[in-house]
Design a protein around this ligand. Sequence first.
Ligand code: AMO
Length: 435
Amino acid sequence: MTQRTLIKDLASLPDGPVRVSGWVETVRDQKRVQFVILRDESGSAQLVNPVNDETAATAATISGLMHGSFVSVEGDLKADERVKLGGLEVKVRELTVESVAKDSPIADDSSIDKRLDWRFLDLRRPEAQLIFRVQTTIEHAMRQHWIDEGFIELHTPKLMATASESRAELFEVPYFDTTAYLAQSPQLFKQMAQSAGFGKIFEIGPAFRADPSFTSRHATEFTSVDSEISWIDSHEDVMQLHETLLTKALAAVVERHGAEIQQHFGIELQVPTTPFPRIPHAEVKAIVEARGHRIERQDGDLDPEAERQISQHVKEELGHDFVFVTEYPSSVRPFYHLRPEGRPEVTNSYDLIYNGVEISTGAQREHRVDVLEAQIAEKGMDAAELEEYLDFFRYGVPPHGGFGMGLARVVMLMLGLHSIRESTYLFRGPTRLTP
Ligand code: AMO
């Protein structure tokens, strides 16, 4: 039997026998000749079967072929400029139906909810597969940088005895005769690696938030990209690592998928320049208000419209898709953010906004245990619950900082998708636990 050829590789083969396998996208069943568009994970090609006495059996099979059925085909490849799809076709010699499909329950105009119900069929769209190829490239490029720079990859536990970010949005799990919590972030344990003397670490793993909202940017389970480094002078060192990682990721995506992204999503993806713009939070508020948007939030944190506005401003003025909003007020930041000397009202922290949406939070961490204890008390938190975390700072720890970034948000904003539901393989939300 001829070895299977991926459809994308047909173009580089000479005319002659080939074997292709995939699923049936369309069938054009004419009296004298039949055409089948066959798709595999690499592309699509036209199969042709002239109808005559010799091919009658195959013709009968093709007439009854349901869209979506998986088939293997032995045939003869022929380059033919007249064929619109790739300038080639495969004349069928033998067609084996490996698995018959039922009528598809979804169509191109199905709602996103219906498509998610049938996600495995929805994902057969080539642009859906491209989303996950892009994601693979992003992760690979970042991982390559981390490895080149001597980082250690961690896999921190997702079952925890305490909250990892705050008591809000916490999932409880019965755990033998006690209660466990699902990790909201690897925050505590990535910091622990600094006390352990690991120096530089990263993790790409799941994070859970019992967030009841139904926005286009929130999921109850998401993939968090985290990194944490020792011996920083301030959050500036973290931002430099962060922009380097994203620039390398984008360069790899542009090189590997730029043309396809243009074709499927109509976006001319650019590699960003470094440094990314940095604007202090107070200045961001002033800019956003000058653009006519009043931030209504009581705590003064940026709302989604403010994120869109500052992003738009940076795009117009500096031609950049990214902006670091720095110096967040202490009042809207967690207890573990370090506050710079003499300015207790702000933190050595940032949010990174990409094409109008927050994709990440980063900060220098407070590593002086007495200051940490004071900040825990100030936030009205229970220090007893954080005893084990506080131990990380009682036996020596270097100054350190890091960031956490939502992978699906990055992919969504890179490709101009409308919702994180499109850039998450299997979305989890308040009313979705399947498939
Ligand atoms: P934060 O809570 O800001 O910070 O989360 C970091 C990033 O994670 C993503 N994210 C989400 N993505 C999808 N659905 C959600 N419900 C969701 N919640 C968060 C966002 C966000 O910017 N420990 C800190 C990070 C750090 O300081 O290192 C943290 O978790 O892209």
